[in-house]
Write a protein that binds this ligand. Structure first.
Ligand code: TRP
Length: 452
């Protein structure tokens, strides 16, 4: 496949399908399959799901469209997009924040992706023995405590580097087009299997029946952080990707499709995990290790479990790869656009820094427990700071920027392809970007930090 470029020489995704496959590829990842179940599990299940949906629709979609407008409009990277629309230097800070957040996320994300890869390879060679919940737990602890995760994190990061170095069309687009649809199919198979578990009813009740008394400020902040994380928002990732969209890509439609598919995968993951949690005697609030301890029990009880396990972790690995690619692309494109690095040098720099941070994160969970801040391992600190602080902050800045700084006529042009088709929701969109999103994000922030 040839690397496609538009008139200005910038790479573009080859088709409308590719625009969706790549944005969905970025959105769907560990956030849906690993992070969503444990966040939902520790924040009361159904209550969390409702808050999550509310934020994804009311805040996620408008901010996603705002990022698309900035990216496709400026055809520039996360930093360049702010500079393209405003001369005020202050906005550059939003660009720096984006790069910083992307490095922090790469750090812990690659570690979890490394676990995925390790499970995949070990299941392939029949090395996973999960005869009981205790055995699963023990094996997981052994796996994350030693040096192995450091090695797997590095292997994962090298895969990331390989795809990125091949460029936008050949690397990112091709991987997403083929493997994302396959992931959906395999998740469906596991959902069907879930129906047959004894804990199905209890799991479903936990996930879908909201107990509103469980909603507190940490549920709200958790759900907001999850919506941002899952939709890849607030750190310029979607600005960068949409700068590769063609002029014909419909921004509103693409945003809605991305949100719908992304949420569908999160819910499917919940449908797979929670019945198993209750069937096999786990606690839904086990935290980040939940999925890695529960899933092997499912495989163990399936016919040809090793094959399923290999396949599942392989696809999860690919889903994390398409997401990590998008995270690293933020920094890479800043380096090529702003600092005129060659593609190769930029990829090497971005991946190099990413590898160092992720090695530190992997070490903080095992051999070097002293890599902690206030007793919390670096791994968890980076997750918290990036997802619950930097991303909502970045999303707030982006929403204010598009709502207040960019001319409304320009927004209309971007949304309607210069009037080629109608757009009835321009007014509500601008209203949400100006008021609802920034105010809601601010309130949730202040609430969870105890200031109001
Ligand atoms: N959305 C991805 C997931 O759910 C993670 C991700 C990719 C991301 N790109 C991002 C998170 C940019 C924040 C910002 O796994």
């Amino acid at each position: 496949m040839k690397e496609l470029n538009n008139k200005s020489g910038r790479a573009v995704f080859g088709s409308r399908f590719a625009a969706i496959a790549t944005t969905v590829g970025s959105a769907v990842g560990l956030g849906n399959i690993w992070r969503f179940p444990y966040e939902a599990g520790s924040h009361g299940g159904g209550a969390f799901l409702i808050c999550y949906f509310a934020f994804a629709i009311m805040i996620g979609v408008p901010v996603l469209i705002a990022e698309f407008i900035m990216g496709r409009g400026s055809r520039s990277d996360a930093m360049g997009a702010y500079a393209y629309f405003s001369k005020a230097k202050g906005w550059k800070i939003a660009g720096y924040l984006a790069v910083l957040a992307s490095i922090l996320i790469t750090g812990f994300y690659s570690v979890v992706a490394g676990w995925t890869l390790e499970y995949c390879v070990e299941s392939m060679f029949g090395m996973v023995d999960f005869s009981s919940p205790e055995a699963g737990h023990r094996q997981f602890l052994e796996m994350t405590a030693g040096w192995q995760p450091v090695v797997w994190t590095v292997v994962f990061s090298l895969c990331n580097f390989y795809v990125l170095a091949r460029g936008v069309t050949k690397g990112i687009e091709r991987v997403s087009n083929i493997l994302m649809p396959l992931l959906f199919v395999i998740l469906l198979v596991f959902c069907v299997h879930s129906f047959m578990l004894p804990g199905f009813g209890e799991g479903m009740r936990f996930l879908f029946y909201p107990d509103f008394s469980k909603i507190d400020s940490s549920t709200l902040l958790g759900a907001l952080g999850q919506a941002f994380f899952s939709l890849s928002l607030g750190m310029g990732c979607m600005i960068t990707y949409s700068s590769y969209f063609t002029d014909k890509t419909r921004l509103g439609q693409t945003a809605m499709t991305t949100m719908a598919l992304d949420s569908a995968v999160a819910v499917m993951s919940g449908v797979i995990i929670f019945p198993a949690v209750f069937s096999y005697g786990f606690s839904p609030s086990a935290g980040p290790t939940l999925v890695f301890e529960v899933l092997p029990n499912i495989f163990y009880r399936m016919a040809a479990g090793g094959v399923w396990s290999t396949l599942f972790f392989l696809l999860l690995f690919v889903a994390s790869l398409t997401s990590t690619i998008s995270i690293t692309e933020i920094f890479t494109s800043v380096l090529t656009d702003q600092y005129k690095f060659s593609r190769k040098k930029a990829t090497m720099t971005a991946c190099g820094i990413g590898i160092v941070v992720s090695i530190l994160c992997a070490l903080s969970l095992g051999p070097c427990r002293s890599l902690a801040i206030g007793g919390t391992p670096l791994f968890d600190v980076l997750d918290y700071v990036a997802s619950n602080i930097l991303m909502p902050l970045g999303g707030m800045l982006c929403s204010i920027f598009v709502g207040w700084v960019i001319d409304r006529r320009y927004i209309r042009e971007q949304l309607t392809d210069n009037g080629a088709y109608p757009c009835r929701w321009l007014r509500p969109l601008v209203f949400f970007l100006r008021w609802v999103c920034p105010v809601a994000i601010l309130l949730i922030f202040l609430d969870s930090s105890g200031l109001i």
